[in-house]
Structures are given as C-alpha cells and as structure tokens.
Ligand binder design. Structure first.
Ligand code: PTJ
Length: 253
C-alpha cells in the first residue's frame, strides 16, 4: 500500500503513514537506518497513548509556541527522522515564528546534511543552516557536537524533535530553552526539556504552528504568563498516567 492509499479512518493510520515516510526517507538518503529503530520505539509509545494528542501535550505545544514567539533567536533543529516525517510542516512552523531551520544530525555525514537541506528546500524552505558546522556543543564527541555559530550556537530557544538524550542534556547545560518533541516521557530528552511535548511529531509540529498563529497577536505579558505557568514535571506525569491508565481500546491491532 502506498501512503495515499491508507484510509484516513484506519485505526493505525498515523502509524502506517509514519512507517511509510521513514522508509521513504531511508531510500532517499535522508533518514539513517537507526532512524527506523528510533521510529519503532516511538511507535510503541504512540500505541500506548492511543495515537492521539493528550490534553497535556496540547498545553505543552501552546507553551512551546509562546517560547518561540518570545525568543530573540529561535532555531528549529531538523534530523533525519523529522525531515522525512514533517518537512513542509517544519518549514511552516519556522515561517510562523520567524525561526531558523538547522539540520543537526546524530549520525552526521555531509552527504545526508545536503540531502536533508535539499529536501527542506523542495518543501519551501528558503535558508537552511547546518552546513557551516563552525561551532561546537561542549561535552560531546566531535561529530555529534557540530552546530552553526549563527544557528543553534547563537539561539536562545531551540526546538529539538526526537533528540538523542546526550545531546539534549548538553544543549540544556548551555542554558538554552529546550523544546523537545518525544513520545517517550521517560527519555532523557523529555526529562531535561523546559517544554517536553509527548506526542507524535506528525501531530505535534502542526499543532505548535496552529498555537503560534493563534497567539500571533497576543501581547508579551500573555506569552510570558503561558511560559511561566507551564510545568514540565506535571506534563511528564500526565503523559505517564495516560500511558498507564488503561482507558484505551487496543483491540484494533
Ligand atoms: O538523523 P540523525 O542522525 O540525527 O538520527 C536521528 C535519531 C532519531 C535516529 C537519533 O537521534 C536517535 O537515535 O534517537 P533516539 O535516541 O532513538 O531517540 C529518539 C526518540 O524519539 C525516542 O525516545 C523515541 O521514542 C522518539 N520518537 C521516535 N519516533 C517519534 C518519536 N517521538 C515523536 N514522534 C515520533 N514519530
């Protein structure tokens, strides 16, 4: 079955779309093969969450939007999974909040960086950072630490979808506000985030953009209130409760 043939009402719709896109990403040289494994882990958590955006994840998406709108220099980091899954949606989000897009890879190769930058341009991106790699995140091994001096190194707020735990921790140590999309509330990335969004990137990115558009005319005080009232620990606890709650019907397979 090709992606277009997946019925919208299929009970495992998001999971099937995600599999197709990650597979296509590997074929196109965008996604690493490890990305397939990462996807499998994410999918297991999405299954347990009922493949839906839980209310705490929606509130986190709104707080993330407020952070991005308040930022002096917001950057949206893009890895091989994110690029395969939501390229147009990432471009749209960056436009909505005035953020830079920066390709930033765990398994870094120049070839893959270029392929991802081209892929984002095919989906409407004008400028894509990540090739300069002229700065380093301290306390990380060489290749994984590379970032752009005028991109992530200079950012005050960074959105990192599906980040590896070490790098998420290293970025948090730099004092940047870190917004993380990760379906696993127990992952270190989610645990160190200022705003953990426990949701499928497929649903989370358009939702952050929708909140950003909704908040576009909000005054600074309102955005600051949203940020101040957000509680990352309560958000992670709510996601864990949803996973353990057992109020879902898993009979669809
Ligand atoms: O493209 P690269 O080289 O930068 O590599 C990207 C991956 C994702 C392979 C790399 O960062 C990695 O190995 O990540 P981890 O340590 O496997 O962590 C990925 C996290 O993302 C896990 O906690 C998964 O639960 C989560 N995840 C996977 N798919 C999704 C997801 N979260 C949200 N939406 C998804 N579709």
């Amino acid at each position: 079955m090709v992606e277009a043939e997946i019925p919208a009402d299929h009970p495992r719709h998001d999971s099937l779309v995600t599999r197709h896109r990650v597979e296509a990403g590997v074929e196109k040289g965008i996604t690493s093969r490890q990305g397939l494994i990462a996807q499998g882990r994410g999918e297991a958590f999405d299954y347990l969450l009922g493949e839906r955006t839980i209310p705490s994840a929606d509130a986190a998406a709104r707080a993330a939007a407020a952070h991005l709108l308040l930022a002096d220099h917001p950057v949206v980091a893009v890895n091989g999974n994110a690029a395969a899954l939501v390229p147009a949606e990432l471009v749209d989000l960056a436009d909505a909040v005035g953020a830079d897009l920066e390709v930033n890879l765990f398994n870094r190769t120049d070839e893959r960086i270029r392929a991802i930058a081209d892929h984002l341009r095919e989906h409407g991106a004008r400028e894509v950072k990540g090739m300069a790699a002229d700065a380093r995140i301290p306390n990380l091994a060489h290749e994984r630490a590379k970032v752009d001096a005028d991109g992530i190194a200079d950012a005050d707020v960074v959105l990192v979808p599906l980040e590896d735990g070490d790098r998420a921790a290293a970025l948090a140590d730099l004092g940047k506000v870190e917004l993380v999309i990760d379906l696993n509330p127990l992952s270190r990335s989610a645990q160190v985030a200022d705003v953990p969004i426990v949701d499928n990137i497929l649903r989370a990115v358009p939702r952050i953009t929708a909140h950003a558009r909704d908040l576009a005319d909000a005054d600074r005080a309102e955005l600051e209130r949203l940020v101040a009232e957000f509680d990352p620990d309560a958000t992670l606890a709510a996601a864990e409760r949803a996973i353990r709650g057992g109020d879902l019907d898993y009979s669809s397979g």
